[in-house]
Design a protein around this ligand. Structure first.
Ligand SMILES: [Zn+2]
Length: 412
């Protein structure tokens, strides 16, 4: 059988390797940007490819609602439908069990404090709350009962449904159905949910094994998700059970605690078999990326670089305020008015992205002030380029055995 994952270099827990699919290779460790509805917002698929992005992360719940898996299947699957020839991962819909469920009540993200500026970054939750004023997802033994955020239609997503949808979408890497718990969930609730999620994991696995060969055009792979929130014994229980099934890879899901420190602790509890890839779901600040890689994580997905770009925040390490997790607010008042000459510079003079090669901070600031759509495109290009270069340089530093120096210089 063709190899799916191979490790090429190792340094302590860190590894550099390749995830090999029939739609190309993901060099690991790597960041996978989110394309919820079959599009990285503000970019077309060719621009995504040109940025050197090797994989994207699409969303089962959203694509099931629109345009539906049947439409996408008719067009030959997501790759053809969206004209994207790289690797596609799909989540199971389990994250929406949280984001449209308890997250609306607790008003939190996956890590309790991930949205420091609610008015700016929490618009999705806010919008959903305003429309329906209630939870849009309920769990029972059999699956998740959703109320569509689009038209209020009630529908059920079982583990088998989720795999079926993902097979029709044509993703290369599928995920098992799970419930992502709230970071504010009690031990009792998290325990109940972790046990239920494993039951769904097993059903997802069995259904996948039985049905994957009906799709002979290219190989499909399935990752099992480890749950358990910020509870040591539940994480261990979930890990042991998920490892008992022969998945192609593993994902770490669920609540990752109430702070970044909790996330790091959770990662230190989990040890996976070496020969299979590990994906950390929904993580992606710069600090988190370094720590995840140091704990042997191979891939992670997150909305951060793209959502930040659309709200006018860019990543750069060469500005005064880079200490704020390397972000810079391009909409800030400081760029307006008399100091304009000072901003006849790219976002980052050392960045070779299309945006930095062609546009000044003053112009980008103007586009935001004028609500021009191209502002979002240009900033998304920069932020994804920044992440892609960072990951490339981290891989090189692991290969060249100078990771510690690279990290020190990066944070200097
Ligand atoms: Zn740039």
């Amino acid at each position: 059988m063709d190899v799916f994952f191979k490790i090429e270099y190792e340094n302590n827990l860190m590894r550099v390797g390749k995830i090999i699919t029939d739609h190309g290779v993901i060099e690991t460790p790597n960041f996978v940007p989110v394309a919820t509805l079959g599009s990285i917002k503000a970019l077309d698929s060719v621009s995504v490819k040109n940025l050197g992005i090797q994989a994207i992360f699409c969303n089962t719940y959203h694509l099931h609602l629109q345009p539906t898996e049947d439409v996408i299947y008719y067009f030959g699957g997501l790759h053809k439908f969206m004209n994207y020839s790289g690797v596609i991962l799909t989540d199971s819909g389990g994250f929406q069990a949280f984001s449209l469920g308890q997250a609306l009540v607790d008003r939190v993200g996956k890590i309790a404090n991930i949205f420091p500026n609610e008015s700016k970054f929490n618009y999705h939750f806010k919008k959903s709350r305003k429309i329906l004023q209630d939870k849009l997802a309920l769990m029972d033994k059999d699956g998740i009962l959703f109320k569509s955020h689009l038209d209020g239609k009630i529908f059920k997503l079982t583990p088998e449904d989720s795999i079926d949808i993902q097979l029709k979408l044509g993703s290369d890497i599928l995920l098992t159905l799970d419930e992502c718990t709230s970071p504010l969930a009690s031990y009792e609730y998290t325990k109940e949910s972790t046990i239920r999620s494993f039951y769904w994991t097993k059903r997802s696995y069995e259904y996948f094994i039985k049905n994957k060969n009906n799709f002979k055009d290219y190989r499909r792979f399935l990752y099992g998700i480890v749950q358990g929130g910020y509870y040591y014994d539940l994480r261990k229980w979930s890990l042991e059970n998920v490892l008992s099934l022969d998945f192609d890879g593993y994902a770490i899901g669920g609540s990752l605690g109430r702070s970044k420190e909790d996330l790091y602790e959770i990662l230190s509890w989990l040890s996976f078999p070496k020969n299979k890839p590990r994906h950390l779901l929904g993580i992606g600040t710069i600090n988190e990326i370094f720590v995840a890689i140091e704990h042997g994580i191979d891939t992670f997905d997150c909305i951060i670089p793209t959502r930040y770009a659309r709200t006018g925040t860019v990543f750069t390490k060469y500005e005064d305020n880079y200490k704020n997790n390397f972000t810079l607010d391009l909409t800030a008042a400081v760029y307006k008015g008399k100091d304009v000459k000072k901003y006849d510079l790219p976002i980052d003079e050392n960045c070779s992205c299309y945006t930095c090669k062609n546009y000044s901070v003053a112009y980008l600031n103007h586009l935001f002030n004028a609500n021009e759509i191209s502002a979002m495109t240009l900033l998304t290009i920069h932020n994804l380029y920044f992440y892609n270069e960072l990951l490339k340089n981290i891989r090189l530093s692991i290969i060249n055995k100078n990771y510690d120096k690279f990290k020190k210089d990066f944070f200097a």
